[in-house]
Design a protein around this ligand. Structure first.
Ligand code: ATR
Length: 272
């Protein structure tokens, strides 16, 4: 029986057990996927004990993504470029780490807004770990003008330096100017998340055909997405990214490539 896990601190809010549990049942597989809360000081020991405890692998979330990267012997290309790991598995007894956040971001847009990547310019709000995955994904899809704005502009600058040509960094207050000509607008900050500051950005200056997406999914309709809709812009919510980023891990541990179905989306929504 294959066993997998998700670990983070805190972890009780994670929807991953629900997602993987749904797929295990749907495909009639014998396996398990459990949430395990681990503090940073216990993370390395936890990882070293995985094989002995019969785990095929698992997911890693905040605050362990960078530590997981450091503990892996092999990395996939996305993890290498992003510098963080959210999926662990073993190959010939060797611990491998991948990053499926970028995959989840593009797979969701491919599914719900085919042709979204005909656009080639983007405005990315935020410069944390999630932003790194989004900027990597946009570069992979041929975006040649990615404008990163962040409250702490130094972090935006670091990110722009990391990914090079076509990526620029800007002060938060430059947003109104940067909106002009941005064909895709992505929020990767915690603004709008339940319990956090609202921080909706004024989108009245955005291009009429700009696509607006948020990686925050609680609430599903974030202040940014609501504002976008009032302005008549196309929107994509963040739940799909969460569901799609889970696909590659499930396939590695349990051997079946699962579908992101409307039924799965409904199941997660019912839990919110
Ligand atoms: P994650 O790994 O989820 O991206 P993170 O690294 O903590 O988390 O990044 C959170 C992002 O939200 C950052 O871009 C952060 O801006 P700073 O780098 O200036 O901290 C942004 N953020 C959080 N609260 C914010 C606020 N009140 N206003 C603007 N940006 C905010």
């Amino acid at each position: 029986m294959a066993r997998a896990f998700v670990t983070g601190l805190p972890i009780h809010h994670s929807r991953s057990p629900l997602i993987h549990g749904y797929w295990l049942k749907k495909y009639g597989l014998v396996g398990s996927y459990q949430a395990i809360e681990i503090a940073p000081e216990g993370f390395a020991d936890f990882v070293h004990s995985l094989q002995g405890n019969g785990y095929a692998g698992g997911n890693v979330t905040i605050p362990h993504k960078e530590s997981a990267f450091a503990l892996c012997t092999r990395h996939d290309e996305a993890a290498e470029d992003i510098g963080a790991v959210n999926t662990l598995w073993f190959e010939e007894g060797v611990l491998c780490g991948g990053n499926t956040d970028a995959y989840g971001f593009v797979a969701n847009l491919d599914a719900v807004s085919p042709g979204w990547d005909r656009r080639k310019s983007a405005l990315v709000l935020g410069a944390g770990g999630a932003s790194r995955a989004v900027v990597y994904a946009l570069k992979q899809r041929g975006f040649d003008d990615v404008r990163i704005v962040n409250r702490t502009v130094d972090r935006a600058r670091e990110l722009a330096d990391r990914f090079g040509t076509g990526i620029s960094s800007h002060e938060w207050r430059a947003i109104p100017e940067l909106l002009k000509g941005a064909e895709l607008i992505v929020n990767t900050t915690s603004l709008g998340m339940e319990g956090k500051e609202d921080g909706a950005v004024d989108l009245s200056l955005a291009d009429r055909d700009a696509l607006v997406t948020d990686i925050v999914y609680v609430p599903l309709q974030t202040p940014l997405l609501k504002t976008a809709r009032v302005c008549g812009l196309e929107t994509v919510d963040g739940l799909g990214m969460l569901l799609h980023q889970a696909v590659p891990g499930f396939e590695r541990w349990f051997g079946v490539r699962p579908d992101v179905t409307p039924e799965l989306r409904t199941l997660i929504l019912a839990d919110m």
